[in-house]
Design a protein around this ligand. Structure first.
Ligand code: KE4
Length: 431
């Protein structure tokens, strides 16, 4: 299925560039690292996207994670429509907020209390502020290649679009703020021990992608999580597990369930809103009760707990909870089938490819590997990835447009989608 004719999308891109920097409202969408003009989406359903030129694509980025049940999942669409009839927003409390909180805490019992916000960035920014208040300390440890949204202090050696664009951080972040963030190599316990030794009683928290998605997918080394938990306890720092991407993705209870983690705070986003804007931060009551109006840590949001977003999140989590075994076994088997099929095709074609996968999130790195930190991910041949991405896109398969992003699939994907994708990937490797 040749999808190379994208004339209408090119016209829409030219129009968009009159309004938006790069013609986009988020940098990774601009296809800067893979080249070419991005298709413009007209509609989507199930596992498929349809662009303005009528081309159909199998979707492997799923709005960067949220669409775990596929596009236009009927219970979610109906829930949003029902809620919209009663107005889109009130700026006052509704039962739906606690209704969604009940679902979230059923999946995340570690959340003794939580707060809804409107994005993952708001969630991580608020969790960092809370950790600094709870410890009366200023420094934060994050890891190279990890991305936690675009709050100033978290753009230091970040992943996702920062890595994709090959920039060390962001202009406009004063060194007084960037200097409060220690960016260390992922999977390197000794580096964290050294940081605590060098900055005694100054580190408020570690914020961690428990499975990295924003450098491409990188798995935690055996014992890594436990080592960070032990060090944070020993040094009086909080452990913030950022599950904006992994939450409800690598298991119903995310990495906390999959790896039996014991965080002080957790951040969530993406899937929890079913495609609408929802972020969550929460954790131990002793910390969350520091949040206004109970305590001195201020955080607020006009659209926090928005009724349409709550409705979409409730419908999504209701389905995931009711069909947990079926959903996660299907996601695991389809992802395994796909990644192994493509890896075999690469091996047979003599292409150096490293596959990192955790459940239904993965990355094919164009390097011999292994890839267990950002420096190793950065050895990937991004030009080869760009050619691979373009070949697949021109044949109806849409991967995330960056070597430094994770791919995802949904419960709407089928064995036929997987077979087609492996076949097109084999063509690409043998071109
Ligand atoms: P948002 O502010 O984009 O909702 O969430 C920020 C965030 C926080 N933490 C993690 C682990 C994340 O992956 C993200 C956002 N992920 C990127 C994709 N890698 C969002 C896509 C984009 O920036 O356009």
């Amino acid at each position: 299925m040749n999808t190379a004719n994208r004339t209408k999308s090119q016209q829409l891109q030219a129009r968009a560039e009159q309004f938006f920097p790069g013609g986009v409202n988020s940098p990774v969408r601009a296809f800067r690292s893979v080249g070419g003009a991005p298709p413009f989406i007209a509609r989507a359903e199930g596992a498929c996207l349809h662009d303005a030129d009528g081309n159909r694509y199998i979707d492997y980025f799923g709005s960067w994670g949220p669409m775990i049940l596929g596009h236009a999942f009927p219970p979610v669409v109906e829930a949003i429509a029902r809620a919209a009839k009663n107005s889109a927003s009130y700026g006052a409390s509704t039962a739906a907020e606690a209704d969604l909180a009940e679902r979230v805490t059923a999946c995340y019992p570690v959340l003794e209390k939580l707060r809804f916000v409107s994005s993952g960035t708001e969630a991580t920014m608020s969790a960092i502020r809370l950790a600094r208040a709870a410890t009366n300390r200023k420094l934060i440890i994050k890891f190279e290649g990890c991305y936690h949204g675009h709050a100033d202090g978290l753009l230091v050696k970040a992943g996702s679009g920062i890595a994709t664009l090959g920039i060390p951080g962001s202009a406009g972040v004063p060194e007084e703020i960037a200097g409060l963030t220690l960016a260390l190599p992922y999977n390197d316990v000794a580096a964290v021990e050294a940081a605590f030794r060098a900055h005694p009683n100054q580190i408020a928290a570690i914020i961690l992608e428990p499975v990295v998605g924003n450098a491409g997918c990188i798995l935690p080394a055996e014992g890594y999580h436990a080592a960070l938990r032990k060090l944070t306890r020993e040094h009086g720092a909080l452990l913030i597990i950022d599950e904006v991407m992994t939450g409800f993705r690598v298991a119903l209870g995310g990495a906390v369930e999959r790896f039996s983690l014991d965080p002080d705070l957790v951040t969530l986003g993406k899937i929890v809103g079913g495609g609408l804007p929802v972020g969550v931060y929460g954790g131990k009551r002793q910390f969350m009760d520091l949040i206004a109006p109970l305590g001195p840590v201020y955080q607020a949001g006009t659209l926090s707990g928005n009724p349409l977003a709550m409705a979409a999140g409730i419908a999504t989590l209701d389905y995931l909870i009711a069909h947990k075994v079926e959903v996660y076994s299907k996601l695991e088997s389809l992802s395994k089938q796909l990644t192994e099929g493509v890896a075999t095709a690469a091996r047979e074609a003599g292409i150096a490819l490293t596959t990192n996968r955790c459940g239904a999130m993965w990355t094919w790195f164009f390097t011999a590997g292994p890839v267990s930190n950002y420096d190793q991910a950065a050895t990937s041949d991004t030009a080869a990835f760009g050619r691979f991405h373009n070949h697949l896109l021109n044949n109806g398969i849409w991967l995330p447009p960056s070597q430094f992003e994770a791919a995802f699939l949904s419960t709407a994907h089928t064995e036929a989608d997987i077979a087609q994708t492996v076949s097109v990937a084999r063509e690409a490797f043998n071109n």
